[in-house]
Design a protein around this ligand. Structure first.
Ligand SMILES: [Zn+2]
Length: 471
């Protein structure tokens, strides 16, 4: 029995004792929820917002000129939508700038590789690096290697990404991407290469952030496309040494300022309690940032706009946040967590998994609010969303904020079966978004956010988290 079902029994019990008045929603609030579902079905706003962002701004890596343009776009757009409060809050950051990069196999025969630098990678010397490949079938094998195999070589980690509806394949392979260069550097490697963190078979490389542990030599880091990784793996099987040449230019540590862009619908009697929802405004430079994360900022802004247009006044403040620099440092989330650490949050929730339909709703609320969570889950059922319990986890940006203050969470699982086909590639373009599916997202968000704003019960404070022993 999941937690929502248990809560449902508790609710039924409370009803039978006539004690549910304080635990449920007014008929008027439920009527607004029904109206929002209906209005969402007729609204194309989220799709139009992504269209406008990727067509009028384009790709927007943090700290770039286009990132500034995106901030201006967001402020103007949110104002034109009629939000009563719109502001941009400065986020200082160290930007990374991609330069020209190429790589090819030199032995046993010449073969160009489709590759891309990983975010935050250091550059190679101008003349590049030529060396034999040290092949590892996965990241665990590299971490376990105590030999000197990697020394003076280009480490290649052939970590595969499993396709899954809930995107669980991304965890292990993104860990390989972020920690791989450090493990290679520790072992005296000259460079680090990885199979693209992706589920496609396109000859396109997937970028994504990496980082270096302090005190370890920083080696240039890049990803090759999945078919190129397959070629390297096959060459390896034939038993001949494989040599590679790579040249990768990049600039690091560029002082820049971006902004979190915020729109609010101020609450009425509970205005000091905030429902913070959003996605990230920045994107990688290779594609258009349509699914990552034009979709997320558009879905959450469009949901708030539906509530605004309903004419109903939320009790709690609804805050839409378009975060700065999620991709290459989470600076926007950190700035938000610092600025609003003293503020009561009814919940935080993030949309950063493309525009696939939502199939599951989870929460992380205090036990006293489980009855209310159940009613909200019931209200999402007509949209094809199942109730998933009270162990909800949240995204990268709101995760930073959630952990800083142990905040309640709403979590909407999207079908991301094809998300990692396009994620962080040149293929992240508007055509990957289905207008009907992004509409369903807006309906779900508007309904849930509205009811959270009207809840007769606060979702906070959460019980203190037990400290897990360090691993
Ligand atoms: Zn993202």
């Amino acid at each position: 029995m999941n937690q929502f079902r248990r809560a449902g029994l508790a609710l039924a019990l409370a009803l039978s004792f006539g004690a549910a008045g304080a635990q449920s929603f007014s008929d008027a609030d439920l009527a607004v929820a029904a109206k929002l579902r209906e209005a969402g079905q007729a609204s194309n706003l989220a799709y139009e917002l992504v269209d406008s962002l990727v067509t009028e701004v384009g790709a927007r890596p943090a700290g770039s000129a286009n990132d500034k343009k995106a901030v201006d776009w967001a402020v103007a757009k949110l104002k034109s939508l009629g939000f009563p409060v719109v502001r941009a809050e400065p986020v200082p950051l160290k930007a990374w700038k991609r330069g020209e990069a190429h790589a090819h196999i030199t032995e046993p025969f010449a073969q160009p590789l489709v590759m891309t630098a990983l975010g935050m990678s250091v550059a190679t010397p101008k003349e590049g690096i030529s060396a034999e490949i040290a092949y590892y079938p996965d990241f665990a094998t590299l971490k376990a290697d105590t030999s000197d195999k990697a020394k003076g070589r280009i480490v290649f980690v052939d970590q595969k990404t499993e396709r899954a509806k809930d995107g669980r394949g991304y965890g292990p392979s993104s860990t390989a991407r972020t920690q791989g260069p450090t493990e290679a550097g520790k072992r005296g490697a000259l460079a680090f290469a990885i199979r693209s963190v992706g589920t496609d078979h396109d000859r396109l490389a997937h970028t994504g952030a990496t980082r270096y542990a302090e005190g370890v030599p920083a080696v240039p880091a890049f990803a090759v496309s999945v078919p190129d990784a397959d070629t390297i793996a096959r060459l390896q099987r034939y038993g001949k040494p494989v040599k590679m040449h790579v040249s990768l230019q990049a600039e690091l540590g560029i002082d820049a300022v971006s902004h979190n862009v915020i729109a609010e619908i101020p609450g009425t009697d509970l205005a000091d309690e905030v429902i913070a929802i959003g996605g990230h405004l920045d994107s990688w430079d290779l594609g258009q940032g349509a699914i990552d994360d034009g979709a997320g900022v558009a879905i959450t802004a469009a949901a708030a706009k539906l509530i605004l247009d309903s004419g109903a006044k939320p009790r709690r403040t609804i805050r839409v946040v378009m975060f700065a620099n999620e991709e290459n440092g989470l600076d926007g989330a950190r700035a938000y967590a610092e600025k609003y650490k003293g503020q009561k949050h009814q919940l935080v929730a993030e949309s950063d998994f493309g525009a696939g339909p939502i199939y599951r709703f989870q929460t992380r609320v205090r036990p006293e609010a489980l009855g209310v969570a159940l009613v909200i889950a019931e209200q999402l059922k007509p949209l094809g969303v199942e109730a998933g319990g009270n162990e909800g986890r949240t995204g990268a940006d709101t995760g930073v904020i959630q952990r800083a203050a142990n905040l309640p969470v709403f979590s909407f699982s999207q079908d991301g079966t094809d998300y990692f086909d396009f994620h962080h590639t040149a293929n992240d373009t508007l055509d990957k978004i289905d207008p009907a599916k992004i509409r369903q997202n807006v309906q779900v968000w508007a309904t849930a956010v509205w009811l959270a704003a009207q809840s007769p019960v606060a979702f906070h404070p959460l019980p203190a988290v037990e400290k897990k022993p360090a691993q």
